[in-house]
Design a protein around this ligand. Sequence first.
Ligand SMILES: [Mn+2]
Length: 407
Amino acid sequence: MHSIKFLHCADLHIDSPFYGLHTLPNNILKKVRASTFESLRKVVQTALDEEVDFVLIAGDLFDGENRSIYAQAKLREQFLQLQEANIHVYVIHGNHDHLEGNTSTSFQYPNNVHIFPAEVTSFPFYKHNQHVANIYGFSYPTRHHYENRVDEYVKEEDVPFHIGMIHGNLAGREEHDPYAPFTVQQLLSKQFNYWALGHIHKREILYSNPYIVYPGNIQGRHKKEEGTKGCYVVTMSEEKTELQFFKTETVLWDTTFINIENMKSIDRIVDAIQDEKRKKRAKHEGVLLQVILQGQGELHSELVQQDNQNDLLVLLNEQEEEDVHFVYTYDLKVQTQPLINKDQLKETPFFIDFFKLVEETSDIDFSALYSHSEARKYLTSLTLEEKQEMKTEAEQWIITKILEEKR
Ligand SMILES: [Mn+2]
């Protein structure tokens, strides 16, 4: 019986510039900027450790179309490692590293690396001199490529395994650029054994028989790319296919929520955050952390002061630059609410009327805004829930302001 084992990764985005992070301390910024290279090294190490037959890279190897000599040299180094182990590499280029962008500097990769041209093409894979698989794919000729190309994938020859590679968007997913769209049904109709996708950075298995897989990127690049990142090692026989995930991120983007309810002094908050940080430090090499404070509590009024927030951040990040396993808080968000004893307030002169008014207001009147000739173009109608939320927020805001003034 035939079997193959391969590694599937995508969206390496090596040499991502991380422009938005220039406020990070130097040591940490350096590690973040090196993270895409380090994660690539881990992908290759996984391929070597797992002794796979070949590696599939489903597009966006480079972040920029003007890929630097440095990035290409680093990639070549890794390809050479794979060559030494006799591991073949199949590469398609995506929207970030399309073929047209490769004209300024050219690099020769070792001959274990097969790069797909702009037409859908198939490369044969031989194991022990037997032709066991065909791998199909195409590279983006230019950056913007909106055509559905699935029709061009046609099974060639009678070999045990057919594997398709596409860097593209699942049709209907509007939050991503609609490049090279496809539908699951379309891919299934091809009766391939595996579809190795790229483009969407969030890991997702679209179908499991056969597998249609987005492995996600190998290293998060901003706060919207939170959580563990990595690649899949696929073991395939004529009977079954098995997937194993390997994590490769070097710097983890993460968020932690702290509830201030029942906390009577700021040191409790600091301790709670430090606790979270300790746990994360034990598990990860580097963490860029967003801390969100929530809940109703008496510390609210202290926390909303910008000076205090700045102080807290300085305190939390002290020493992080020196730590090998850093947990750096890049953002502290205060979403807390004041502690109000409504029942008590309801008995005081002003608030008796205030709460009566709130209760009687069943609907906030936005008619002036919604009938405004310019504004209304940009507005969608509000749900009942949204209106209720706004009412509660407004109530909280007014109470906080009034109580503050009384002090
Ligand atoms: Mn990408």
